[in-house]
Design a protein around this ligand. Structure first.
Ligand code: NAG
Ligand code: NAG
Ligand code: NAG
Ligand code: NAG
Length: 503
């Protein structure tokens, strides 16, 4: 009986490798929840609500709220920052609710309103970080109603707890900030936010503690002139001026700092810089050029605008030319062989505009056909916007992005190896000079003291990372992460998993 349960366990984890992003919500056209049908009709009559002008671009998940941003590129967008209640009765195309309120989204109200918001970030301290670009309109038809301002909300009270206007020195004439990243250090006070200036080619740093900002410039923020041609959704267009866009911080490293990964939109290259540099304002002036690094090249069709890194160091990012989500495990060299596609869909994933990972290791993706909206026209008789979710571990399972399995070491045992290798000749695991039998590894599994996701700051040598050879992985790598997560899948994913038949 025990053996049978073990086999079933393996089958479940193996079968979940086939699980891809699950479509959770979809819309032909967006709509908003008004207090009553009378006020909605009024909004339609006055032009305050023009649903066909609304394109969702950013998402974030926090507890029972799924935030959705809608830039005010055209008129008739009643709120730019919105949310969907996940504990409401399930509807496939839910209406948006303004966050924190209708009043808090007032266009042109620089003190208490919001004009246009793109990407947002909820942090572990219960704060929502929102950058209002202050703009109305798009491209050549843009009006700057208000200055660029960071707005931070307390998610528990839904109150805005800070507004910070970027300094004139932080922006340039062409500034267009489309993405945001948050870096929490030793406490909630010790937090920095980073903003990528896509068209002004800068990286703006904001210190929460000092309530102060500064701006880095670097040639790595600029577009690669050879990769400005795009083919998406049957459209060919040139976005050749598009610089630094996707930014994502790694987990905290042993030196106490994170690595901020970034990439220009018109580029196939990944770059990075330590937050030790970004957090230090004096580095702006004092020759930090060499502190920025080239991480590697994704290869052709590698344009990306959004990335996220989980606590284990797995990076997920959108691949807008391929209607796909890619992955990379950041301890491996950044090159095409180490990059995998976790899902691809030429209908549903046309322009996967944003990607996030929540506290339960669920991935959230929104796709919105943005190039069709901007360069042509959307067909509103068709589904245009979709929100997907899936557990991160099931997405990367069986790919080159699957991290090594981390074993906590029992301090009582004699063996505290730095590394473990499988010796195919001996048929056993070698650590230092001691043979480390699979059975011992197996027993170490039961010594896992806490969930793997809590290993933000590795304290070597209390654990080892083992890259199991693929062929023996199913036999040895009983992976507690995978098994727990298959039960953690949200209730609304009704799909049951096919268990592979033994052949
Ligand atoms: C510019 O924006 C205004 C206001 O939304 C709109 O009426 C006008 O058609 C736009 N012009 C262009 C060229 O897009
Ligand atoms: C932060 O700076 C802004 C200036 O943009 C100021 O209005 C605000 O009062 C400051 N907040 C705190 C908490 O110091
Ligand atoms: C840059 O370094 C020089 C000398 O090392 C120092 O005098 C100067 O104050 C520094 N600049 C800033 C902005 O910290
Ligand atoms: C910031 O950088 C300067 C040199 O550019 C260095 O002297 C200083 O120690 C750094 N500050 C911190 C807090 O690391």
């Amino acid at each position: 009986m025990a053996a049978r349960i073990l086999i079933l366990g393996c089958l479940i984890s193996f079968a979940s490798a086939a699980v891809k992003l699950q479509e959770m919500f979809s819309w032909n056209v967006l709509d908003w929840n008004y207090p009553d049908s009378y006020s909605r009709q009024n909004a339609l009559n006055s032009g305050d609500l023009q649903p066909e002008n609304a394109l969702p671009v950013g998402i974030e998940k926090w507890e029972n709220k799924l935030f959705v941003t809608v830039p005010r590129w055209k008129s008739g967008i009643p709120a730019t920052l919105n949310y969907i209640r996940l504990d409401d009765r399930y509807e496939p195309s839910p209406k948006l609710n303004p966050y924190p309120s209708w009043k808090g989204n007032e266009l042109g109200n620089c003190d208490t309103g919001l004009n246009t918001v793109y990407r947002i970030k909820a942090d572990e301290c219960g704060r929502l970080w929102v950058l209002d670009t202050g703009t109305f309109g798009y491209d050549t038809n843009v009006t700057n109603l208000c200055p660029y301002a960071l707005n931070v909300y307390d998610l528990k009270t839904n109150q805005r707890i800070r507004r910070y206007v970027l300094r004139p020195e932080d922006i340039v004439f062409t500034t267009f900030i489309a993405n945001i990243a948050v870096d929490i250090g030793s406490s909630c006070e010790d937090t920095f936010a980073y903003f990528s200036d896509e068209l002004g080619y800068g990286l703006i740093v904001y210190s929460w503690e000092e309530n102060k900002s500064w701006r880095f410039s670097h040639s790595y923020f600029m577009p690669d002139p050879l990769t400005g041609d795009f083919n998406i959704a049957g459209l060919n267009f040139q976005w050749g001026a598009e610089g630094i866009f996707g930014i994502a911080p790694s987990p905290i490293k042993s030196d106490g700092y994170r690595t901020l990964y970034f990439s220009p939109l018109s580029s196939h290259t990944e770059f990075s810089v330590s937050t030790r540099i970004l957090r230090n304002e004096s580095k702006v002036e004092n020759g930090s050029f060499k502190d920025f690094s080239v991480v590697g090249v994704r290869g052709p069709n590698g344009h990306t605008t959004a990335k996220v890194i989980d606590n284990l160091g797995i990076q997920l990012f959108n691949l807008i030319d391929q209607n796909a989500i890619g992955c990379w495990y950041s301890a491996r060299p950044y090159k095409p062989q180490n990059i995998a596609i976790v899902d691809k869909d030429d209908v549903g994933l046309v322009f996967p505009s944003d990607i996030k990972v929540d506290d339960n290791r669920n991935v959230w993706v929104i796709s919105d056909r943005m190039p069709v909206f901007l360069e042509a026209e959307l067909d509103y008789s068709d589904i245009n916007f979709r929100i997907y979710t899936a557990s991160l571990d099931s997405l990367v399972e069986g790919t080159v992005c699957e991290p090594p399995i981390r074993f906590q070491l029992n301090p009582q045992t004699l063996v505290q190896p730095q590394s473990v290798n499988y010796n195919t000749n001996l048929g056993s695991w070698q650590t230092s000079n001691l043979p480390y039998k699979p059975a011992i590894l197996q027993s170490q599994l039961s010594l896992l003291k806490k969930p793997l996701t809590e290993n933000i700051i590795p304290t070597a040598p209390s654990y080892i990372d083992v890259d199991f050879p693929k062929q023996i992985r199913p036999a040895i790598a009983y992976n507690p992460r995978t098994i727990t997560d298959s039960y953690k899948r949200p209730w609304w994913l009704k799909r049951t998993y096919d268990v592979y038949e033994d052949s």
